[in-house]
Design a protein around this ligand. Structure first.
Ligand SMILES: *Cc1c(COP(=O)(O)O)cnc(C)c1O
Length: 442
């Protein structure tokens, strides 16, 4: 018998109890939460797949590193250790730690985005989108059309459409584009990877027009593993070598370390431009803290320095992508479609509220609630092309039987699909509305 996917290359040393509350308790929890899964209490959740951000299990090595944390205000040993890891893996000349990914985005946007300017990407994630809008900028998504067809089997559905990018730059004018981005993997579009070939082509276009190129690197290790699996020229390269090559194409990166660096809190902003780095340091001091800790404790920097390497471990990555693919396959076997091919960190289906009702499982909506926004010129609502619920899988946290429980709950929902109704907004703030919105049943 072959095993369905690479077994966990780790074992359990510490457990955290979770409990399954009754259907009646779930119904009242839903009502109290305004039917928004973000507002549910964690203690009322059995399997929490709201996000894979900061929800992974740290290793014994990371906990040991926490104890080595140097809490000096400036120039701490912890910073020196993080710096060595960041330089070794990413290879940029300068960097600052930040408390999470959106802080890196905020600082970058504060330093370079002027009102009315455009920032192209394959697809911006919600916090990047919002941080650009908050500075009066206009995030623009230029992913290939295959990304909007959930059944299309393209191996790199996160790719940028190079023709769209060229056309966009010609129409917008270089002076109105302070920098360009790529999100690896494409979280908003189903956790889909980007090929090295596409990254090279994107970098060449940005270089041709002298537009600085920043990578949103939250899931760079998962993306690099997909490149190794799916792009034949890279099958014999290590994931670390692939990552290094990827970053050599860019001028900088923002990163939420809560994803592929497997820490509960942390982020990075890296770049090669010394003048911009000076501005970034000053903005960081204003918003986050001194440049050698950037809003984090010394121990957080140490945990990140270790986690960056653990996130590149190929046995771990094989297990992780295998676990995600396994859950998707079980859901598909129950006759429920998911985004194809399966992405790195999550399975994308429909129906967030119903899954909590059925199994006390929490997912998160990634569709109109998160991304619909009024057109800045006309005021009319623009809706995203995909309406999804994301089941994001925390790293090194849940077992195969948890995945089976999720798949079985979805299969149960399928049997009563015809009787499921929708929800309407009763409250929504202007930016990042999915976090605090409230709903009631239609
Ligand atoms: C999580 C994430 C961010 C934002 O990072 P936070 O640490 O949550 O602030 C940005 N981009 C992508 C692709 C992400 O997944």
């Amino acid at each position: 018998m072959t095993h369905p996917y690479t077994p966990e290359p780790f074992r359990i040393k510490m457990v955290e109890t979770i409990r399954l509350i009754t259907p009646a308790e779930r119904e009242s929890a839903l009502k109290e939460a305004g039917y928004n899964t973000f507002t549910l209490k964690a203690e009322d959740i059995f399997i929490d797949l709201l996000t894979d951000s900061g929800t992974g299990a740290m290793s014994s090595e990371q906990w040991a590193a926490i104890m080595r944390g140097d809490e000096s205000y400036a120039g701490a040993r912890s910073f020196v250790r993080l710096k060595a890891a960041v330089e070794d893996i990413f290879g940029f000349k300068f960097f600052v730690p930040t408390h999470q990914g959106r802080a890196a985005e905020n600082i970058l946007a504060a330093c370079v985005v002027k009102p009315g300017q455009y920032i192209p990407s394959n697809m911006h994630f919600d916090t990047t989108d919002a941080n650009i809008r908050a500075r009066g900028g206009r995030p623009t998504n230029l992913v290939i059309d295959e990304a909007f067809d959930p059944e299309n089997q393209h191996p790199f559905k996160g790719n940028m459409d190079i023709a769209k990018l060229r056309d966009f730059i010609e129409k917008t004018g270089v002076a109105n584009i302070p920098f360009g981005m790529m999100t690896v993997t494409n979280n908003a579009g189903g956790g889909q990877p980007i090929s090295m070939e596409n990254l090279k082509a994107v970098a060449a276009v940005y270089r041709e027009y002298k537009i600085p190129f920043f990578i949103d690197a939250a899931r760079y290790a998962e993306n690099s593993f997909f490149i190794k699996q799916r792009e034949s020229a890279y099958k014999d390269k290590s994931v670390k070598e692939i990552a290094h090559e990827m970053f050599s194409l860019a001028d900088g990166m923002t990163m939420s370390a809560k994803k592929d660096a497997i820490v509960n809190m942390g982020g990075l902003l890296c770049l090669n431009d010394e003048k911009l780095f000076m501005d970034i340091k000053n903005e960081l001091i204003l918003r986050e803290g001194f440049p050698t800790y950037g809003g984090l404790a010394g121990r957080d920097l140490d945990a990140m320095a270790v986690g960056l390497y653990e996130g590149l471990d190929e046995n771990y990555l094989a297990h992780r992508l295998g676990q995600t693919a396994y859950l998707a396959q079980r859901i598909n076997d129950a006759g429920i479609p998911t985004i194809q091919p399966t992405g790195g960190h999550a399975v994308y289906v429909a129906l967030a509220v119903e899954l909590y009702r059925e199994g006390a499982i929490r997912g998160g909506e990634i569709g109109s609630v998160m991304f619909a926004h009024p057109d800045p010129d006309t005021g009319s609502m623009i809706y995203p092309k995909l309406e999804l619920m994301r089941l994001a899988i925390p790293r090194r946290t849940y077992t195969q039987s948890h995945m089976d429980y999720v798949a079985n709950s979805l299969a149960n929902i399928k049997t009563r699909a015809a009787s499921i109704h929708g929800y309407k907004f009763t409250y929504a703030p202007e930016l990042l509305r999915h976090f605090t919105a409230r709903f009631e049943p239609l």
